[in-house]
Design a protein around this ligand. Structure first.
Ligand code: 5GP
Length: 197
């Protein structure tokens, strides 16, 4: 069967806990590829090149833009972030679903260039809950937290462009909802390539 995978675009403000939700889903489902983005931001403690991100200099990143090697890219809080194109195409072609965890501007670019992509927004239960989480993480300075809260408000205002919303009040319940979205897309007649014999 020559089934092509679906491209899922997941967005959620920084601190919403999307990493944990996505991890649970990735660990529990097959035929799923999580895209590793490129970025010019510095690695946080414990982050490794090629695992969480491909960490690049601005020069390297801009070269990739010029070479057309990114499916999308955006500047976010002073750094570039972008999705390498080749692995996405490769995995979709192999019939795997591909998850991009990217911010709003990038998501809107993907929606424009790939209208069949499925957009999912992971929302916090409230702004207050989000700020508490960001502070609890303890990895950012106050000025960065305020920048990220401003970015979060802008990002949440873009929720209307997404087909699905998952509210992350409780991680396991949010993971269940995301799995349900992925599974329902796999059952679409147009995706299934199924014929009775
Ligand atoms: P962080 O610095 O916290 O890892 O990520 C900051 C933001 O960049 C998050 O909202 C994340 O979704 C977004 N992001 C990560 N990778 C990409 C990417 O490849 N493209 C775009 N447009 N945003 C990304």
């Amino acid at each position: 069967m020559n089934r092509k995978g679906t491209l899922f675009v997941i967005t959620g403000p920084s601190g919403v806990g999307k990493g944990t939700v996505l991890q649970r889903v990735i660990q529990s489902m097959d035929r799923l590829y999580f895209s590793i983005s490129a970025t010019t931001r510095n690695p946080r403690e414990g982050e490794q090149d090629g695992v969480q991100y491909h960490f690049l200099t601005r020069e390297q990143f801009e070269q990739r833009i010029r070479q057309g090697r990114l499916l999308e890219y955006a500047e976010y809080v002073g750094n570039y972030y972008g999705t390498p194109l080749d692995p996405v195409e490769e995995h979709l072609g192999q019939g795997e679903d591909v998850l991009l965890e990217i911010e709003l501007q990038g998501a809107l670019k993907v929606k424009e260039t790939r209208p069949d992509a499925v957009l999912v927004f992971i929302a916090p239960p409230s702004y207050h809950a989000l700020e508490t989480r960001l502070r609890g993480r303890g990895t950012e300075e106050e000025a960065v937290i305020q920048k990220r809260m401003n970015a979060a408000r802008r990002e949440c205002a873009g929720m209307e462009h997404y087909q699905y919303i998952v509210v992350n009040e409780q991680v396991e319940a949010a993971a269940d909802e995301l799995r349900a979205i992925l599974l329902s897309c796999r059952c679409l007649r147009t995706k299934r390539g199924f014929a009775l014999e």
